[in-house]
Design a protein around this ligand. Structure first.
Ligand SMILES: [Zn+2]
Length: 328
């Protein structure tokens, strides 16, 4: 399983420890990248809840922990997010259930009456996402549409706020500094920083929808069941390459429906692959298991043509059935 490269570490590694200003700039850039991802993610996972078997409560708040930052930048992270507790609200997606209830910098002390960790990381403890992932995990298993009470400290004042989440597909999102975006079987969607740098919201939405489609279609599990290995050389073998390409095109096609359900036009994915998406480098890394750009355009166009004007949302495409089908 691929490790998620965490944006906080990569972006901040470049910042000089002796220059607090450059750390704040790096934190601000990271915050902006996370905000862009969080907004599109919120839209896609909530609009497609009916297409997902595993749901989570989606609050629209994104949490971070002091421990996920490297020791050298913890002071900067505290300056930005307060961290009156080891975990705090990083940001809130506009027009989400958390808006007006939680805000960036709120320290989280308890959730539904259950205390959150109170021990701050040791000064020299290396950066770790374990506490942040555990916090996300505790929220993810709560009932998806039942109000959640957060005991917080805001600007030194303890208070409790309650919000009613929206059910959404269980999938968390991250920025990765790997060249390519990818998804993990646990639902993690890792979106390349390069995608954020190059594309506008529409392009980012197509990439996220593609990765979410892999999660919904269980692509990796089905490839594993078919005995397909994803190594560099094995990948060139005929059957493996054919099935991997099938998995990619299925995700492209389901992404069309996911985008439509989230309010984007049905033709968005095809336009992206035919237009700005050609900036994605399919050249050097592309092997026979990766569809060509023209194949992606054709697949997404064909799928969009199935969505006639006025099709009600959520639209459940025939492609969804692939999740239960053997790859062969
Ligand atoms: Zn893919």
């Amino acid at each position: 399983m691929k490790a998620v490269t965490i944006a906080a570490l990569a972006a901040l590694a470049a910042a000089s420890p002796a220059a607090p200003d450059s750390q704040q700039v790096a934190l601000a850039q990271l915050h902006a990248a996370d905000a862009r991802l969080a907004a599109v993610h919120f839209r896609l996972v909530t609009a497609n809840a009916d297409l997902c078997r595993t749901l989570m409560p989606v609050t629209g708040a994104r949490f971070n922990t002091l421990a996920q930052y490297a020791p050298v930048v913890r002071a900067a992270a505290r300056a930005r997010y307060g961290f009156a507790a080891p975990q705090a609200v990083q940001l809130v997606v506009p027009a989400s259930p958390a808006e007006g209830q939680l805000q960036s910098g709120d320290a989280v002390r308890a959730i539904n009456g259950v205390a959150e960790p109170a021990a701050m990381p040791a000064a020299d403890a290396p950066a770790s996402n374990a506490a942040r992932d555990a916090l996300r995990g505790r929220i993810a298993v709560l009932p998806p549409a039942t109000p959640i009470a957060f005991a917080i400290t805001r600007a030194g004042t303890p208070m409790t706020v309650s919000l009613t989440p929206r059910p959404g597909c269980r999938a968390e999102i991250e920025v990765t500094f790997d060249q390519d975006s990818y998804s993990l079987e646990d639902g993690t969607l890792a979106i390349s920083a390069d995608v954020l740098r190059r594309f506008d919201e529409n392009g980012v939405a197509v990439v996220i929808a593609h990765e979410l489609a892999h999660v919904i279609l269980r692509t990796q599990a089905r490839l594993d069941a078919a005995g397909v290995k994803t190594g560099m050389f094995v990948g060139e073998l005929g059957r493996n390459a054919r099935l991997r390409k099938q998995g990619e095109l299925e995700a492209d096609r389901l992404a069309v429906a996911l985008l439509y359900n989230a309010g984007y036009p049905p033709g968005l994915a095809a336009e992206f692959f035919a237009g700005p998406g050609k900036a994605i480098d399919y050249g050097l890394l592309r092997d026979r298991g990766t569809p060509s750009r023209s194949e992606r355009v054709a697949a997404t166009r064909a799928e969009a043509a199935l969505i006639t004007p006025g099709t009600p949302r959520p639209y459940l495409p025939a492609m969804l059935a692939a999740r239960d089908q053997k790859m062969e």
